[in-house]
Design a protein around this ligand. Structure first.
Ligand SMILES: [Zn+2]
Length: 363
């Protein structure tokens, strides 16, 4: 099970809460009770965390709605204990657009604080140094929410991937240079910062080490993705077209696919119904099928029926993101409605490696 709760759509976007979120709530209840708080005080803490995550959701909706202005849809928003993630179809590649989309999230948090300024101005801070945990109640609820929204905005603006600030920095750089170079510089600055976090973390707070490592991973992933897209930029779907692939009817037994899998190189198959494309299966589906249904059952039980079609003239970088997004082992390539062939994830990965080697050889 990946997700625990799903809410009614907001602005047409599905919002999910990841099941690990419940661990956060349990941890808050546990630590508050251990610190000797009353049930009422614990209740306020839980409501406070939920409100904070409502602000995180609004932050993600900020990104999503800004992206929609540029015709980019958002698949869903998932809330994790460490924050929210809006799954945009893609990031806009025009620097000005990426800048607006990246800033839209933190802007929402600043706006929330701005709305809470009257409450903040009327509030006198009375901090009890002996308290083991911060006690939230009706009097400090809104002021604390205002303060934490500033923190949320500033944390997200740290100029390092995967934070929004990393995208802001890349967009600003990309206005003066090409996107790959801009990404490399932005990722480099992010990693330098991450290194600083890790070192200070050893002296101050281990949590900083965690943030530093999180940034290093994010920077590497972003660098790799942009580099890959750049390698594919001049190529079209037809350049990676495979016309030799295996087709199986959906009513054949799973054992048939097992035999082909063990006999040859193919790792995925196109499944048809009355000679028309019906779906695809990967080696993982076959393994799962043997366990769940047995080898005598038919292929239609293990077929992924969400087929993805691309045109022969589609940029290969789009095909690459389609494959990643759909998690399907292959996409079908058509021209004027006619099936021309397929592109599978493994072949595309090989093509990327070969092109990378070719480009390096020129330097
Ligand atoms: Zn954000």
């Amino acid at each position: 099970m990946k997700r625990a709760l799903s809410f009614p759509k907001i602005a047409g976007i599905n919002i999910y809460i990841h099941w690990t979120f419940s661990i956060l709530i349990i941890w808050i209840i546990y630590s508050n009770l251990r610190a000797g708080l009353t049930a009422m005080q614990v209740g306020w803490s839980v409501i406070f965390i939920l409100s904070l995550f409502l602000c995180v959701t609004l932050h993600e909706l900020g990104h999503a709605l800004a992206a929609r202005r540029y015709g980019i849809l958002t698949k869903d928003i998932t809330l994790y204990p460490i924050g929210g993630v809006a799954r945009l179809e893609k990031m806009p590649e025009k620097p000005q657009q990426e800048l607006i989309v990246a800033l839209a999230g933190p802007a929402v948090n600043f706006l929330i604080t701005l709305l809470l300024i009257p409450v903040l101005l009327n509030f006198t801070w009375d901090i009890d140094d002996n308290a083991k945990v911060l006690i939230i109640g009706p009097t400090n609820f809104l002021p604390m929410l205002g303060i934490l929204n500033v923190w949320l905005a500033l944390f997200n603006l740290i100029p390092a991937f995967p934070m929004d600030g990393g995208r802001v920095l890349r967009a600003l750089l990309a206005m003066r240079m090409d996107r790959v170079k801009a990404t490399q510089i932005a990722a480099g600055i992010g990693k330098l910062l991450a290194f600083g976090f890790v070192v200070t973390g050893f002296y101050l707070n281990p949590f900083l080490i965690f943030i530093g490592l999180f940034i290093i991973l994010g920077a590497n992933a972003e660098e790799q993705m942009v580099k890959t897209q750049a390698l594919l930029v001049d190529l079209k779907a037809k350049d990676a077209l495979m016309t030799n692939y295996l087709v199986l009817d959906k009513l054949l037994p799973i054992s048939h696919a097992v035999k082909l899998l063990l006999d040859g190189q193919a790792k995925s198959f196109l499944i048809t119904e009355n000679n028309q494309p019906y779906g695809v299966i990967s080696s993982n589906d076959i393994v799962r099928g043997i366990k769940e249904f047995g080898e005598e059952d038919t292929l239609d039980h293990i077929t992924q029926t969400n087929l993805t079609y691309v045109d022969t003239d589609a940029p290969l970088s789009d095909v690459f993101s389609e494959l990643k997004k759909s998690k399907s082992p292959m996409v079908l390539v058509t021209s004027h409605g006619q099936l021309m062939g397929i592109i599978d994830a493994e072949n595309l990965a090989e093509l990327i490696l070969v092109n990378d080697a070719r480009k390096s050889a020129h330097i």
